[in-house]
Design a binder for this molecule. Structure first.
Ligand SMILES: [Zn+2]
Length: 361
């Protein structure tokens, strides 16, 4: 199948999109082991640095010394293709850049509503965090069988057997010499960027650059945009999140469901009560982006069209743009990361959220 022109997911197309940026500013955040730039495209006022980092600000009990947040716009960081074979977010974010530049997506559709919503924020877009994985992956996963998708994503050992999921995570890094192909999941050196997330042992330039960006931006929201073989979903809160963020993430699971249903988009039906309230996910790069700035760091998964999930390019683009729009809309109603509340809100023994007062220290 020939991809439509608006489906800009190849490295050359990412580069071309970035080279045409006029309103935003472009920065090369890092260079991958394969020699490819990791771009960040930003819109909105540059952040003013505080007098402290997020950790020390928490220690001071005063979030404003890191990030004032009372007068300046909220700051969003949108991250695509942490796993290079998951190109749906690359299409979404290259189109988002085009929308912020022109009010239209690459298919020429009028998207001024998104463009206007975005004007309320500082937005930094990383269309492709893992260009090495992207380079060796196809333009789409539509119609791939489960086995094919597994081999494209997670690669094959030298004997031709699939490395598999989650078995691929038993090796960090996967050694390229052991593999016929690493797949599009890791970078060229075999690192799964989502799990290059052990403090004191961050090994990839890509993860380090993202964390540095988030800390320096004082990001309020970091949206990690991934893909899977099912209907769209915001994953349960990851381990290590603040209690308030856990509540927020659970709320956003429901909000995404409602927003997508209103638009006639397929979406994962969240059971009620949502077991995500007590879910403990592993520590990963989303945990690290939360620790870097106090950002709410949800992981969004959208369908890629493998495993018999029937979907086309237009719908995949809507899934990506609608997820971003959900946060653009909700960010006007409540702050993504109200840092003072964040520091003082915890669950009591009955799992009821309550707020500590500073005097209680
Ligand atoms: Zn992923």
């Amino acid at each position: 199948m020939c991809k439509p022109d608006f489906w800009k997911v190849r490295l050359s197309e990412v580069r071309h999109t970035v080279e045409n940026v006029k309103t935003g500013s472009v920065e090369t955040l890092a260079v991958s082991p394969g020699g490819h730039p990791v771009y960040a495209v930003s819109y909105g006022p540059e952040p003013e640095p505080g007098t402290s980092n997020w950790s020390a600000a928490m220690g001071a009990g005063n979030a404003s010394v890191y990030r004032d947040g009372t007068t300046d716009p909220q700051r969003m960081v949108l991250v695509g293709a942490c796993h290079g074979a998951e190109m749906e977010a690359v299409a979404g974010l290259t189109n988002l850049i085009q929308i912020l530049e022109t009010g239209r997506d690459f298919a020429g559709r009028d998207r001024r509503e998104i463009q206007q919503l975005a004007e309320n924020y500082r937005i930094v877009i990383l269309p492709c965090l893992n260009p090495d994985g992207r380079e060796k992956s196809p333009d789409d996963m539509i119609g791939r069988s489960a086995d094919e998708a597994l081999r494209i994503n997670q690669g094959e050992w030298n004997d031709g057997t699939a490395i598999g999921y989650p078995a691929c995570k038993e090796h960090q890094p996967l050694h390229p010499a052991d593999c016929r192909t690493l797949g599009g999941y890791p970078n060229r050196d075999g690192y799964n960027l989502m799990h290059d997330a052990t403090p004191g042992d961050i090994r990839t330039a890509e993860a380090r650059a993202l964390l540095g960006l988030v800390a320096r931006e004082g990001a309020d929201l970091v949206l990690h945009m991934h893909s899977h073989a099912k209907a769209p979903e915001i994953l349960p809160a990851h381990h290590g999140m603040y209690d308030l963020h856990r509540i927020r993430t659970t709320a956003y699971r429901r909000r995404l469901q409602e927003f997508f249903q209103e638009r006639g988009l397929d979406v994962t039906q969240i059971p009620s009560p949502d077991p995500a309230a007590t879910w403990l996910c592993p520590v990963n790069l989303a945990t690290m982006t939360t620790l870097a700035s106090g950002a709410l760091s949800p992981v969004y998964e959208q369908p890629c069209g493998s495993h018999g999930y029937d979907i086309g390019y237009e719908t995949m683009l809507e899934h990506a743009l609608s997820a971003v729009e959900l946060f653009l809309r909700w960010g006007l109603k409540e702050k993504f990361s109200p840092r003072m509340e964040l520091m003082y809100t915890v669950f009591d023994a009955d799992s009821t959220p309550f707020t500590y007062r500073k005097e209680q220290w």
